[in-house]
Write a protein that binds this ligand. Structure first.
Ligand SMILES: [Zn+2]
Length: 318
């Protein structure tokens, strides 16, 4: 599957740049849902393919894959997890209003997000440290190594970079939140590697739960989409000289304290499993870490362009 940087999608389309949602939701199982027919019209999805329970919507720049009864979705090939399953009423699939406003719309129209301020500061939060070494006793070392590489790249691009730790020390959660919330105009990348059953591998990105209202929730989704897409593209791209065959485990919601307590857009990346023998042997290489650091830095740049209204107008006007 070919991934497309999501920023291209924003710059080329979609339509109704300044229009609020024109429809009224229907109630299914005490939740508000929007029929896909209305969503098709709004985003000019002029192609619809239905195959059993699967629905694919396409316009000039975006392809959205949904499955009736399921919470898994794809936008331009990237996996997302909805908060509510797709439901059918009167033979028409429906998407919950919560998923439309908190997930789908911020990805399709990041320039429309009300609270996605421009930023000049990136807070890098390498997970674990000190008495807490994390997954396989290796996580703290490698999250710091990748964060230092990202710091180097972003420093050259004139971002102000703040690290929640620069050595092998344990920084308690309230102190990390304190460092984050002391910044103005910032975004936050929290870096982790995963642990699980020995056969599980892949890359996942977390954003604050859509059911936990958060002022930077939509911006965090747009940031997650940009960084997650770039990471998978570059880790799986043979042209960089390496091809790590990283599985896409999707963009997911979580009720992590760090995500909830940050006042800035924030994502938490689980950049592979240290408990998977093959993946761990890649994660610990300089090549993987450099590719990952480059991809995250590029994803941050993609996000910055995608939320910029001015940039978008400049790029789309003749
Ligand atoms: Zn961790």
């Amino acid at each position: 599957m070919k991934l497309v940087p999501l920023l291209l999608l924003h710059l080329c389309g979609p339509v109704h740049a300044d229009t609020p949602f024109p429809w009224s939701p229907v109630t299914i199982n005490h939740k508000e849902y929007i029929p896909l027919t209305t969503i098709r019209q709004f985003y000019h999805f002029d192609q619809e393919t239905i195959n059993g329970n699967r629905v694919q919507l396409q316009n000039r720049t975006a392809t959205v894959d949904l499955t009736v009864g399921d919470q898994a979705a794809r936008i331009n090939g990237v996996r997302f997890f909805l908060s509510d399953p797709i439901k059918t009423r009167h033979q028409t699939p429906h998407l919950s209003k919560l998923d439309l406003t908190s997930l789908i719309d911020p990805v399709l129209r990041p320039h429309q997000i009300k609270q996605a301020p421009s930023f000049d500061t990136v807070v890098l939060d390498p997970g674990h440290g000190g008495s807490d070494q994390g997954s396989a006793g290796l996580e703290a070392k490698h999250t710091l190594a990748v964060a230092l590489l990202i710091q180097e790249i972003l420093g050259k691009k004139a971002y102000k970079v703040i690290m929640t730790r620069t050595g092998n020390e344990r920084v308690p959660l309230p102190s990390r939140v304190g460092i984050i919330n002391r910044q103005n105009n910032a975004i936050v990348i929290s870096l982790h590697f995963n642990s699980g059953r020995k056969e599980v591998s892949g890359f996942e990105t977390y954003v604050v739960s859509a059911r936990q209202p958060h002022p930077a929730g939509q911006a965090s989704v747009a940031l997650a989409a940009a960084v997650h897409t770039r990471s998978l593209m570059q880790l799986n791209h043979a042209r960089s000289g390496h091809h790590f065959r990283t599985l896409d485990r999707g963009i997911r919601h979580a009720r992590f304290r760090l995500l909830k307590d940050s006042k800035h857009p924030i994502i938490l990346i689980e950049a592979g499993f240290l408990t998977h023998k093959k993946e761990a042997s890649l994660i610990t290489t300089k090549a993987y870490q450099q590719t990952l650091a480059d991809a995250i830095a590029q994803g941050i740049a993609d996000y910055r362009i995608s939320i910029s209204k001015k940039e978008r107008q400049d790029r789309v006007s003749p």
